[in-house]
Design a binder for this molecule. Structure first.
Ligand code: PRP
Ligand code: URA
Ligand code: MG
Length: 211
């Protein structure tokens, strides 16, 4: 599994404001979008392209276009939805599918409560959006599901990852066409499996406390 941490002062600065407990929802949403756009630049480096012939005001030339089928972007609800705008700003022709997943905060079991994706993902490059990789349970389920549907590759964009969750993914998804693009690898998980120092519950900070 390829893992890239985007080491850039813009990312570090925006992430610091995002982590701050005083940062209100409105600013948190905006910063999440901006951070995703910075991660997306790196995450799409291997997106498939084809040569296209075009005419400039001066001459004919050969340029580059996204190959078909177009990339599929999959935000994991709720918190991943906060990353969608920032991603499709860079890849406006991408298609978007949805996975609704939540971890039970006591048992840490993952519930998939919604799925709206093409049945057949054969040959598709898929980009999964979820800000938090904590125990790795959610992302492991999501990636397996997408590969089972035939996805050619899965690239996950996350803001924060815990070393414990990264190890789970490395062990469980070893040898599969999976990459991770992150803004930071944090220190550890706490006793409630929250990322430390982290940013709290990303879904709650984006959208308010879930019922
Ligand atoms: O790596 P894990 O231990 O599985 O935890 C990470 C998951 O937890 C959060 O979602 P949550 O379950 O809080 O749902 P929400 O986005 O609706 O708040 C986060 O957005 C991930 O999906
Ligand atoms: O720190 C964490 C861990 C899981 N989910 C979150 O939103 N935050
Ligand atoms: Mg949550």
């Amino acid at each position: 599994m390829r893992t890239l941490v985007v080491d850039h002062p813009l990312v570090a600065h925006k992430l610091t404001v995002l982590r701050d407990v005083r940062t209100p929802s409105l600013v948190f949403r905006k910063l999440t979008e901006e951070l995703v756009t910075l991660l997306a630049y790196e995450a799409t480096r291997d997106v498939k392209t084809v040569p296209v012939e075009i005419e400039t005001p001066v001459t004919r030339t050969v340029g580059t276009a996204f190959a078909k089928p177009t990339p599929l972007v999959v935000p994991i609800l709720r918190a991943g939805l906060g990353m969608l705008e920032g991603m499709i700003r860079l890849v406006p022709t991408a298609e978007v599918g949805f996975l609704g997943m939540a971890r039970n905060e006591e048992t840490l079991d993952i519930i998939t409560y919604a799925e709206r994706l093409p049945e057949d993902l054969t040959g598709r490059q898929v980009f999964v959006l979820d800000p938090m990789l904590a125990t790795g349970g959610t992302l492991k389920e999501a990636v397996r599901f997408l590969l089972k549907r035939g996805a050619e590759s899965v690239t996950c964009l996350c803001l924060l990852a815990a070393p414990e969750g990264l190890k789970v993914l490395e062990d469980e998804l070893d040898g599969l066409p999976v990459s991770l693009v992150l803004a930071s690898i944090d220190e550890r998980l706490n006793e409630k499996s929250y990322i430390v120092p982290g940013l709290g519950d990303a879904g709650d900070r984006l959208y308010g406390v879930a019922g």
